[in-house]
Design a protein around this ligand. Structure first.
Ligand code: UT7
Length: 345
């Protein structure tokens, strides 16, 4: 471990230099479908305006997967990109975790479909459902496997085809979401930088704020369930908004406290990209400067589990994050679930 790490991160919950192993992010990648759906396009489909969507959400456009393009396809493209950048071949991957609320099908897992598509036949594979918080849940779980010496190379993917569960007649929700995927390769790299800590949280008492009722054991697909629109996501926007701001602030503060890092030292804050007003409110509450906040919600809308993974890839690719920079990821989603992670790049 470099001397700077041992002096900077004394808190034992900062797992960076735990038992001589480091959970390093050795490559990131992302993929979004080619089709762009603009606010003007939506205004031709439902009663809305570019002005309403822009001022209430910051979103200008989102990507929509093709009919024959599924969550596993988006995840595969993002994964291959991250693996290429990490210099990792398929046979090196020990574990694939796919965070998604829109799997190709209830089973087998989308992770198994990705395993097949990338040819990582040695890897264990499973899906993780923590809605929009899934990527940080995945990072924390992947880190646990690496620090415990169970695995050396873990692929964490956040991928969604939300267009498949959006009610295109419901203007309250259909303007908000988009499709895409992001991925990270986690590896044990001694004497390197990496994931310092990850916080996860949940509150099932508020599970009715954002949900999809149909398709599970409670309400299997039937002619009636389809007619009632139960296979679409539903959201109480206002309550979700309030809870998002509060939970993201609390999670971010807990992650920073664990690492004994002041917000002023964070080079780039990557919040879940659901709504620009949420991002700005969280930034303000954390005492961050506007230029610390990474924002790409205008291009993709809310891509749920893929959101911070795509943003992380864009921040790295655009040079906004350099080696040694401290990064804060912070997420919130249905469940309710939330999380935050601090990374030394
Ligand atoms: O990823 C999980 C986390 N998700 C979130 O964090 C999303 C959280 N929620 C939000 O981002 C916001 O609550 C929304 C963007 C969903 C809504 O913004 P809002 O400022 O809370 O608006 P509102 O729900 O209070 O709606 C205000 C009005 C309503 O009309 P009335 O009842 O006041 O006449 C809506 O019917 O805006 C109307 N409205 C729209 N008008 C034009 C709702 N959607 C639209 C629309 N276009 N697309």
């Amino acid at each position: 471990m470099s001397p700077s790490h041992s002096t900077r991160f004394k808190n034992p919950r900062a797992k960076h230099d735990f038992v001589g192993r480091t959970c390093s992010i050795s490559g990131v990648g992302s993929y979004v479908p080619a089709k762009v759906l603009t606010n003007a396009d939506l205004a031709r489909m439902i009663e809305t305006t570019d002005e309403w969507i822009t001022t209430r959400t910051g979103i200008k456009e989102r990507r929509i997967a093709a009919k024959n393009e599924f969550t596993s396809d988006l995840a595969t493209q993002a994964a291959l990109c991250a693996m290429r950048r990490a210099g990792v071949t398929a046979d090196q991957v020990d574990l694939i975790i796919v965070a998604t609320a829109t799997p190709d099908m209830p089973f087998p897992s989308t992770a198994c479909l990705v395993q097949r598509k990338i040819g990582a036949h040695r890897a264990a594979a499973f899906d993780l459902e923590a809605a929009c918080s899934g990527f940080i849940y995945g990072l924390e779980i992947g880190q646990q496997f690496i620090m415990s010496r169970t695995y050396d190379t873990v692929l964490v993917i956040g991928a969604e085809k939300l267009s498949s569960i959006v009610d295109w007649k419901d203007r309250n929700t259909c303007v908000l979401f988009g499709d895409g995927a992001g991925a990270a390769v986690l590896q044990n790299r001694p004497n390197s930088h990496g994931l310092l800590t990850a916080v996860m949280g949940a509150d099932g008492r508020k599970s009715d704020l954002l949900f999809m009722a149909g398709g599970g054991s409670r309400c299997p697909a039937s002619a009636e369930s389809v007619a009632a629109g139960l296979h679409y996501l539903r959201m109480d926007g206002k309550e979700t908004f309030k809870n998002a701001v509060q939970a993201m602030q609390t999670a971010a503060e807990e992650a920073l406290r664990r690492c004994e890092i002041d917000i002023s030292r964070i080079k780039c804050i990557i919040p879940h990209q659901a709504n620009l007003r949420i991002i700005e409110a969280v930034g303000e509450r954390l005492g961050a400067r506007p230029e610390q906040l990474f924002v790409n919600v205008q291009k993709y809308g809310n891509t749920s589990a893929a959101s911070v993974a795509i943003a992380l890839d864009e921040a790295v690719s655009s040079g906004q994050i350099q080696r040694g920079d401290l990064i804060l990821l912070v997420v919130f989603g249905a469940g309710l679930t939330w999380g935050a992670a601090v990374i030394e790049w």
